[in-house]
Design a protein around this ligand. Structure first.
Ligand code: PLP
Length: 392
């Protein structure tokens, strides 16, 4: 009864963990949940007010398929001022979250059997969305000593006549690694020369801690032509539930993306679009303050991890994740998947929820999200340390 495509889909690892957390909480256990890829901050008040006003002003009817002009103008302004890349409002398609943006982008460029290069570790949904539109994910493993960042020389052997695109996540979920300008340029320019499209997922771009970050499309007009920029308000403005993302691309492609989106969802909620516009126009300094809070937490974690036996990590330069290397436990833990087993132990014995690296294609790792209070982070670290000491 089910299609081959549906049967090829892997259930979400993060939702699986979430279900376990809920079961344990229902049994009365107090879980410190660092598994969630969602800001612990709230939607800025100014965005909430704009959403309420949109309802009161009856902005509750169908709108333009690619998003309201006001929001697309605000996005174009943001991209120009913050990311140094110029798009007309008509080059932008507003979507129901970045996931939807990635889905229409892959639908627009892939024929069945076309290959998409996905750097490993990857965000869990990329391979699933590629398979859903009948593309073929091609995994290229990054090296830990290079913060999992790939070079052109590492990617080149995987390019075939079927390769259409590469998905770059900058900063990365799950590692928090950031390709800096020279690195992303050295990778992307030769890929574009080879005719690849770049799907540049920049959803964590507001959580970059250092200088020298570059939005892919800002590198050159030719790179811009080959790039579909994906971003949204979920992580930057803590607006996960409002479901607003967007694509920015060359104008002919933008028309195709808008067309696909219109047949799928018509357009994202008009109320959410108003809230997103207000966040983009008025909540930038709040977003900057939040980045500093994330940075403080990251620093506390890195400082603590130094003294935990058997664990280390790549120092994250962005996003709100630390990818913990637990390969030292390989000989000590039995079971099919190291990361699943360690996550289960941490959850059941120490009431700390993390995400197993196997879900990101890297079984020697666990993902810790620091989108949580400093108290919770410190207590979780204490428990992780206790677990690791017991395992030595
Ligand atoms: C790298 C990455 N891209 C896209 C998304 C999806 O974002 P949205 O909630 O806007 O669909 C996420 C969410 O976790 C993510 O981590």
């Amino acid at each position: 009864m089910l299609s081959k495509r549906a049967l090829a889909m892997t259930p979400s690892m993060t939702l699986g963990i979430n279900a376990k957390v809920k079961t344990l909480e229902a049994e009365g256990k107090k879980i410190i949940d660092l598994s969630i890829g969602e800001p612990d901050f709230l939607t800025p008040d100014i965005a909430k007010e704009a959403g309420k006003a949109a309802i009161d002003n009856n902005m509750t009817r169908y709108g333009p398929a690619s998003g309201s002009l006001a929001l697309r103008q605000a996005i174009a302004k943001k991209l120009k001022e913050e990311n140094g890349v110029e798009y007309a409002p008509t080059d932008i398609v507003v979507t129901s979250g970045a996931k939807h943006a990635l889905t229409i982008a892959l639908t627009a460029i892939l024929d069945p059997g076309d290959e998409v290069i996905i750097p490993v570790p990857y965000w869990v949904s990329y391979p699933e969305i590629v398979k859903l539109v009948e593309g073929v994910p091609v995994f290229v493993h990054g090296k830990k000593e290079n913060d999992f960042k790939l070079t052109f020389e590492e990617v080149e052997p995987f390019i075939t006549e079927k390769t259409k695109a590469i998905i770059l996540t900058n900063p990365s979920n799950p590692t928090g690694a950031v390709y800096f300008k020279d690195e992303v340029e050295a990778l992307v320019v030769p890929l574009v020369e080879r005719g690849l499209m770049i799907l540049s997922d920049e959803i964590y771009e507001r959580q970059v801690y250092g200088e020298n970050y570059a939005s892919v499309a800002s590198l050159s007009p030719k790179v811009k032509e080959h790039t579909i920029l994906v971003n949204g308000l979920s992580k930057s403005a803590a607006m996960t539930g409002w479901r607003i993302g967007y694509t920015a691309s060359e104008s002919k492609l933008a028309k195709v993306l808008g067309n696909i989106s219109s047949h799928l969802v018509s357009h994202p909620s008009t109320v959410s679009q108003e809230a997103a516009r207000a966040a983009l126009e008025h909540a930038q300094s709040e977003m900057d303050d939040r980045r500093e809070k994330y940075r403080e937490r990251r620093d506390v974690i890195l400082d603590f991890i130094k003294d935990v036996p058997g664990i280390d990590c790549v120092a994250p330069e962005g996003a709100f994740y630390v990818f913990l290397d637990i390969s030292s436990l390989r000989e000590k833990v039995t079971g099919e998947s190291l990361s699943l087993q360690v996550c289960e132990d941490l959850l059941e014995k120490h009431q700390v929820a993390l995400v197993p690296g196997i879900g990101f294609g890297a079984d020697d790792f666990l993902r810790l999200s620091y989108a949580a209070s400093m108290d919770d982070i410190k207590e979780a670290l204490r428990r992780i340390k206790m677990y690791m000491e017991q395992m030595q």
